[in-house]
Ligand binder design. Structure first.
Ligand code: ZN
Length: 168
């Protein structure tokens, strides 16, 4: 009798094969990534997304870079873009639904390359912050820009609310 129970459970939890399930929501891995530069860089310009997509803003953060500075993949992923956008050399890593883009970065990697957290993915070039070398790091989920610093720091307020505070 006991041996039947797992089979019954499997039937209960197995989704219908024909149903096109929506992809699971991606949890933002708050604070668990590594900085893309080492040692930990100063932030020269903060994330300042525009209220509307067509407005100007700053869709990422600028990190102070040594000269020369190697860019480190902050999380494992796959290279999905290496090339020049307008006049800026860009490399994009897909971390499984959340994408990091770095510029201006010169890279010898090619699209499809799997990278591990901590791997060197390129070298920072000058140009984004005038003469001072800096790395622009943008993070996107779909078309939504996220604050890259929330992936290397836990930016949530460190206040634990009691359970009774939830709900209306
Ligand atoms: Zn920037």
């Amino acid at each position: 009798m006991k041996a039947l129970i797992p089979a019954v459970l499997l039937l209960l939890i197995a989704p219908p094969a024909s149903q096109g399930a929506a992809p699971p929501a991606i949890e933002e891995p708050r604070g668990s990534w590594s900085w893309p530069l080492s040692p930990q860089p100063a932030v020269l310009r903060e994330f300042d997304p525009p209220d509307k997509p067509w407005l100007s803003g700053h869709r990422g953060v600028d990190l102070k870079a040594e000269d020369p500075a190697q860019v480190i993949s902050p999380e494992s992923g796959t290279v999905t873009f290496v090339g020049v956008v307008v006049d800026r050399p860009v490399i994009t890593i897909d971390h499984g639904g959340i994408k990091s883009s770095f510029e201006p970065v010169e890279s010898t990697l090619v699209v499809g390359t799997a990278v591990s957290k901590g791997d060197v993915i390129g070298t920072v070039l000058a140009g984004h912050c005038g003469d001072a070398p800096c790395l622009h790091w943008g993070v996107r989920r779909g078309e939504e820009y996220l604050n890259p610093l929330s992936f290397v720091r836990d930016l949530r307020p460190s206040v634990l609310l009691p359970l009774t505070a939830r709900g209306p």
